[in-house]
Design a protein around this ligand. Structure first.
Ligand code: NAD
Ligand code: DAU
Length: 353
């Protein structure tokens, strides 16, 4: 098992990053954790109030696109480990603004790789660059089959194209310079702190407010959902025990058509809110489909299960009910993130389509 002491986590104020930061700060008190985040609309320090005063935790506000700043940060903190999550992460936003995705997801990743290569030069043995990626790089499946680690890349949205490019750079630095890297490609996450531009938290928010629940197309697209803490566990395992130059697919073995998922969520919400059954489902509204909408994602996670002993811990119905409970008891969090800029985004995305 690797024992790394000065760990940079990028994007730690976001959805998945905040769960990873919390896990590392609490489970590795002998390691210093630096959370670097630009605090875009998706970054929120409220996600981390429970650990912000821990002695092994430091927050730094900054942009991974600024290469000179990243270089100075490596100089100052002498990182021996990087867990790279910072990214523009929403497919719909990538359709409106692909350039921002290329800047953060591609150039930002290259800046981090360059800094690691420079500062670790000659001492690769006790260092690791861990790259967090997505199943979307593999493209879209038909009715059958699963993505394995050997599935050829076939990204189809500006978001997945930028993530695929960053994955290729990470592997290129391994093969060309010997940089110690490990990577994982995960399916759709859900759980607390998920920004309500994504399907599940957006639907929870709208159902709570008795607003229309927008379902793209006919709702027949399929995603493989994983509870966010199970993803954080997978990252922890692969960061400490993953084989250099290898990638690991992570997924919930939990495929749902969007419309079926939304019906399940509506039933849970009716019960939790003591509304007559059917109230929430009456809000379902079919809207114009996403451009280039990938039909189906599904992950074969047998490699990480067999080699690193990882497996998902929660059945979906329980995870979803837990998630709904979190949103209903964290009204301030939801109100804060859905005020201001969010209103403008929502109008452009759903009311002016
Ligand atoms: P998110 O959008 O919730 O968080 C991204 C974080 O990165 C935010 O805190 C944001 O402020 C920060 N950030 C953005 N641009 C930055 C920049 N230029 N410099 C520094 N920080 C910046 O995203 P997420 O859903 O938590 O995803 C995290 C990572 O996991 C991403 O790399 C994403 O591609 C990957 N991933 C996500 C999922 C999923 O279902 N959400 C699944 C698989 C992989
Ligand atoms: O597969 C992993 C990926 O999952 C991550 O890499 C991305 O960062 C993450 O955003 C997610 O991408 P998706 O596009 O699958 O997630 P999203 O929540 O945006 O959409 C899930 C499905 O629901 C998708 O088929 C589109 C549909 N959808 C989405 C929204 C926001 C709707 O029907 N209505 C909506 O309003």
């Amino acid at each position: 098992m690797r024992n790394l002491k000065n760990i940079l986590i990028t994007g730690g104020a976001g959805f998945i990053g905040s769960h990873v930061v919390r896990r590392f700060v609490n489970n590795y008190p002998g390691s210093k954790i630096v959370n670097l985040d630009k605090l875009t609309y998706a970054g929120n320090l409220e996600n981390l109030t429970d650990i912000e005063n821990k002695p092994n935790y430091t927050f730094v506000k900054g942009d991974i696109v600024d290469g000179a700043f990243i270089d100075q940060l490596f100089e100052k903190h002498k990182f021996d480990g990087v867990i790279h999550l910072a990214a523009e992460s929403h497919v719909d936003r990538s359709i409106s603004n692909p350039t921002e995705f290329a800047m953060t997801n591609v150039i930002g990743t290259i800046n981090l790789l360059n800094a690691a290569k420079k500062h670790w030069a000659g001492n690769y043995e006790n260092c690791l660059f861990y790259h967090v990626s997505t199943d979307e790089v593999y493209g879209s499946l038909g009715e059958e089959g699963l993505f394995t680690e050997y599935t050829p890349y076939d990204p189809r949205s500006p978001y997945s194209a930028s993530k695929a490019s960053s994955d290729h750079f990470v592997m290129a630095y391994f093969h060309t310079y010997g940089l110690p890297v490990v990577m994982s490609n995960c399916s759709n996450n859900y759980g607390p702190n998920h920004f309500p531009e994504k399907l599940i938290p957006l639907a929870i928010h709208n159902i709570k407010e008795m607003k229309p629940v927008p379902v793209y197309g006919k709702g027949e697209n399929v995603r493989d959902w994983l509870y966010v803490e199970d993803h954080a566990t997978a990252i922890d395992l692969a960061f400490h025990n993953g084989v250099l130059g290898e990638k690991y697919n992570v997924g919930g073995n939990n495929e749902w058509k969007n419309i079926e998922l939304i019906h399940l969520l509506c039933d849970i919400m009716d019960k939790k809110l003591n509304r007559p059954m059917g109230t929430s489902a009456s809000l379902i509204t079919f809207v114009k489909d996403r451009a280039g909408h990938d039909l189906r994602y599904a992950i074969d996670s047998s490699k990480i299960q067999a080699e690193l002993g990882w497996k998902p811990s929660l059945v979906f119905e329980r995870g979803l009910a837990k998630t709904v409970d979190w949103y209903l008891s964290n009204e301030k969090w939801l109100n804060d993130v859905t005020s201001g800029e969010y209103q403008k985004y929502y109008k452009g995305q759903y009311e002016e389509r």
